[in-house]
Design a protein around this ligand. Structure first.
Ligand SMILES: Nc1ncnc2c1ncn2[C@@H]1O[C@H](COP(=O)(O)OP(=O)(O)O)[C@@H](O)[C@H]1O
Ligand SMILES: [Mg+2]
Length: 384
């Protein structure tokens, strides 16, 4: 285990049109911390891991691992991957098909000349950690996807690296298996402790696994904080969208009234400081925080209310997914389905309804998608 310092890390891919994939990135990872990098495809997550591992040459910056500088552009330090104590787990399990599981797991030990550790039983011990001891003499082709990914995890851990990097390791598994391997990984981290950077584009994986999350956008980090804080107080509108606040309402105060997407609000008037003192705010809210009621009825206490038109209502088991338009904008509401004969189960296209939400559940951003309390959207990734 070790702490990791990343300072001013920049990666520009040369070419006819040079592309900056990582831009002046700063991050401090504590010893034993499980960090999740969350961002959409193409935002630079894999490039970042490859720079940490030494598989990619950064353009600028400094990386140190447990106090040792492994990369420093100005001092021309650049340790090769085998000189960095790092384990990697990939999306494609990348096991050697012609080797038994035992040989696959032992591979990093051989590659680093740690043959004595193979004798000392590290392979068996690590296989036991991921509950795969009984599979050691099989070949990868004889294993299920979930078993293969657990073996890949064992291979990443076996050399007791200072840092383990995981690049979307669960995304090739089917939904049920993904949940169970995720839980095993979480348990394993609590039990044996290791420093990890885990990359994903899946918010539920990020929330479940991360001690802290770094939300990435085009090579920069928009927010670096605990899952609770990111979920509850998204620093920018981009982050809000990424953690499920998918509904957007354009809010305007005019002639003493409040308008959302041009529709006048009734019920509890919103208590809202316009970000930056402007006239317009971008309000973000989760589908779970919208409620639907018959027109003329209150959707709930202390709710801001808007007239809306149902575009679609979809059965979702415990909930009904309602798409309703307010002005030109469509909103998604996920409302409790209620009993067999509940009103909400009978919603039909074109029906007028009252849509309600509590301003406490909404988050407001200025027209540039920033919050006024946190200028520049907490760019300082080094702050806890
Ligand atoms: N070797 C390369 N040469 C040029 N551009 C690259 C190279 N590798 C990745 N990129 C570009 O860098 C960006 C980030 O890629 P990547 O780190 O793989 O993103 P992610 O893992 O978040 O999906 C993409 O736009 C990709 O096209
Ligand atoms: Mg990637």
């Amino acid at each position: 285990m070790a702490d990791v310092h990343i300072e001013g890390l920049t990666k520009i891919f040369a070419g006819k049109q040079p592309t900056t994939v990582i831009e002046d990135l700063n991050m401090e990872i504590r010893d034993g911390e499980f960090i999740v990098l969350l961002g959409p495809s193409g935002c630079g997550k894999t490039t970042m891991l490859r720079c940490l591992a030494g598989l990619e040459n950064p353009t600028r910056g400094r990386i140190s691992l447990g106090g040792q500088t492994v990369y420093d552009a100005t001092r021309r330090v650049n340790l090769s991957p085998d000189k960095r104590s790092i384990g990697m787990v990939f999306q494609s399990y990348a096991l050697w098909p012609h080797m038994t599981v035992r040989k696959n797991v032992a591979y990093p030990l051989r590659a680093r000349g740690m043959k004595d550790k193979i004798k000392a039983g590290w392979v068996e011990e690590t296989a036991r950690l991921v509950d795969c001891e009984s599979l050691l003499d099989r070949y990868p082709g004889q294993l299920s996807g979930g078993q293969q990914q657990r073996i890949a995890l064992a291979r990443g851990l076996v050399a007791r690296p200072d840092l383990i990097l995981l690049d979307e390791p669960l995304s090739n598994l089917d939904a049920r298996l993904r949940d169970s391997v995720r839980t095993q990984l979480h348990e394993l981290h609590s039990r044996i402790g290791f420093t990890a950077v885990f990359v994903t584009h899946d918010q539920s994986e990020a929330l479940a696994l991360g001690d802290r999350l770094a939300i990435m956008r085009d090579g920069i980090i928009e927010q670096f904080d605990t899952p609770q804080q990111v979920f509850d107080q998204p620093a920018t509108e981009y982050v809000a969208d990424f953690v499920g606040m998918t509904n957007v309402l354009l809010c305007e105060q005019r002639d003493g009234a409040w308008f959302f997407n041009g529709t006048v609000a009734a019920g509890e008037p919103p208590v809202l400081e316009m970000p930056g003192g402007g006239q317009l705010a971008r309000v973000r809210i989760r589908p779970e925080d919208l409620r639907v009621a018959p027109t003329g009825e209150s959707p709930g206490p202390k709710m801001t209310q808007l007239m809306a038109r149902v575009e679609d209502a979809e059965y979702g088991g415990r909930s009904i997914n309602v798409v309703a338009s307010v002005g030109d904008n469509r909103l998604h509401a996920r409302v409790p389905a209620g009993g067999w004969d509940s009103w909400v189960r009978k919603l039909g296209q074109g029906q007028e309804v009252c849509l309600g939400f509590r301003m406490d559940d909404a988050r407001c951003y200025d027209e540039a998608g920033q919050r006024e309390e946190s200028p520049a959207g907490s760019q300082q990734a080094t702050e806890a």
